[in-house]
Write a new protein. Structure first.
Length: 332
């Protein structure tokens, strides 16, 4: 099969990109690589900077390739592994959506765009498995909630953030709470007082206020083609509330419990309804905090620990074959 991996850079393959490329090549697939931010079009034809992968890919090294800007090749499936750059985001997502109307993707573009965030988790996660949460760009909405629940501890974060950026704990009575709420919703009060609103325009920013769930570790549970295929436990580092590896959380291999497995299966089957065939779920059972859809990793940790993993190749083989046969899936 002809598989195209869409990435941010051809000069820097992260460990997941390298693993996917090498594993699919070893399984007999023809792997191409292209840069998502180079996507363009002429009449009905898409163009992209792409080329065949001509050798083994080393993690964090360049893809061995002969890339050039050219019409997209004949493909069986495309796998989007990096989001478009914010400056190009709207246009590239629009082009990816049109491309996906005639080209199967591992994860359908509509599902990726609409579900890879914290705003739409209720579509795929059962309500009993979601912490109480509120999304708004109005600081007063959150401040009233804090006032009405004076003994509650909260998490404040951005709905489209990642890697632990801008994730704050709001503790009862802390004098920083009001300032943090105002900051994450755009500091509209301060800026309107300091500057003529007609000059600065809309300053509001969306944020999420979420019930704080005490936990010492989270699990990243990977689902592929509707099945649970891997799990790792991420132990939070001392003095930090974030379960992100980028923020010092320590990873170890793990197995999902029966309850975690059933929850992950439920979410994976709901994701399939939206054309999402590969995802990483962040779980502190019985709660799901996040669903990661673009390059969530989760299959490479055994390799990082120097351990062989004979099972992940077949997982990828099944994933690309099912994706190629599925076509695009319309959101209901």
């Amino acid at each position: 099969m002809n598989v195209l991996l869409l990435v941010e850079s051809l000069d820097h393959a992260d460990i997941s990109h390298a693993f996917y490329s090498n594993a699919l090549s070893e399984l007999g697939h023809t792997v191409h690589v292209g840069t998502v931010n180079s996507l363009g079009w002429r009449d009905e034809t898409f163009t992209i900077k792409w080329g065949p992968v001509t050798g083994r890919v080393e993690p964090y090294g360049p893809f061995p390739h002969e890339a050039r800007l050219a019409p997209v090749p004949e493909l069986d499936v495309v796998w989007l592994l990096n989001q478009p750059h914010p400056r190009l985001s709207v246009d590239v997502w629009q082009m990816l959506w049109r491309w996906n109307q005639r080209q199967p993707f591992v994860n359908d573009i509509t599902g990726l765009l609409m579900l890879n965030n914290k705003n739409n988790l209720p579509l795929v996660v059962p309500p009993q498995n979601l912490p109480r949460s509120t999304g708004s760009n109005d600081a007063d909405v959150f401040l009233r909630q804090l006032k009405e629940n004076p003994h509650q501890k909260w998490i404040l974060k951005r709905p489209n953030g990642g890697c632990g950026a801008d994730v704050f704990v709001l503790s009862p009575g802390d004098s920083n709470n009001r300032a943090l709420v105002q900051s994450l919703t755009g500091n509209t009060m301060a800026l309107s007082e300091m500057t003529e609103p007609s000059l600065v325009g809309l300053q509001a920013q969306q944020a999420v206020l979420q019930e704080h769930i005490p936990h010492a570790a989270e699990k990243r549970i990977v689902v592929s083609s509707g099945d649970v295929v891997a799990a790792q436990e991420k132990a939070l580092t001392a003095g930090d509330h974030r379960g992100n590896m980028t923020q010092g959380a320590k990873m170890q291999l793990s197995e999902p419990t029966m309850g975690e497995h059933e929850l992950a299966l439920t979410v994976s089957r709901r994701l399939l309804e939206y054309g999402i065939r590969f995802a990483g779920l962040d779980v502190a059972y019985p709660y799901v905090f996040e669903v990661n859809l673009v390059n969530p990793g989760g299959l490479v940790e055994r390799l990082e620990l120097g351990l062989p993993d004979p099972y992940m190749g077949p997982v990828l083989d099944k994933l690309v074959r099912l994706s190629a046969g599925a076509g695009s899936v319309s959101v209901k």
